[in-house]
Design a protein around this ligand. Sequence first.
Ligand code: AMP
Length: 212
Amino acid sequence: MNMILLGAPGAGKGTQAELLAQRLSIPAISTGNMLRDAMANGSELGKQVRTYMDGGLLVPDELILSIVADRVAQPDCSNGFILDGVPRTLAQAEALDQKGIGIDHVVSLEIDDDVIERRMTGRRVCSHCGSSYHIDAHPPKTAGICDQCGGELAVRKDDAPETVRRRLEIYHQSTEPLKDYYARSGKLRILDGSQSIEDVQQSILKAIGDLV
Ligand code: AMP
């Protein structure tokens, strides 16, 4: 069960990936979280990617492909994985194919840009484990504190309104064409990402054949 969650920033990929990971007992792999961890650790990778991430720009494909190839080769991915936020360019999608990283399902969560812009202002992310919340739609049990690990919740720097608009433009330009790429191989399912978190989850499970 190797799957990709496609969708604009703020479409709910991270939240859905975490729920699916629990349900299917396979890891959710978020390149955004891996890169934020690298920045928090002050690693060489973190230093290389900071300017791109803070500005809402895409990190170069080579860096992304090397961290993803390493991650999916880990033993916990042997029964499958959920990719959240990758691939984001045609070059990344083609490289996954070339590296023999097979994909069974691709689900695209669709939602209008203006709804996304409103959603992003309420997003909070755990500064420790990367779990995502929304102050209205998916609040933590205790305000400002992560349910998973007790870490402090913070607003992402790239969720500032101008940066969100830039990220949406980049999504439409570079990532949306991937829908055609995966539609050609019959793997793409397009779902309405504006439903409640539970309804989106049920739609995904149906789309991948986990629920009938
Ligand atoms: P996300 O958490 O998925 O919204 O990603 C946050 C930021 O990380 C993006 O705006 C990019 O700067 C970078 N990033 C994450 N995944 C990728 C990717 N697959 N390709 C290029 N940049 C990425």
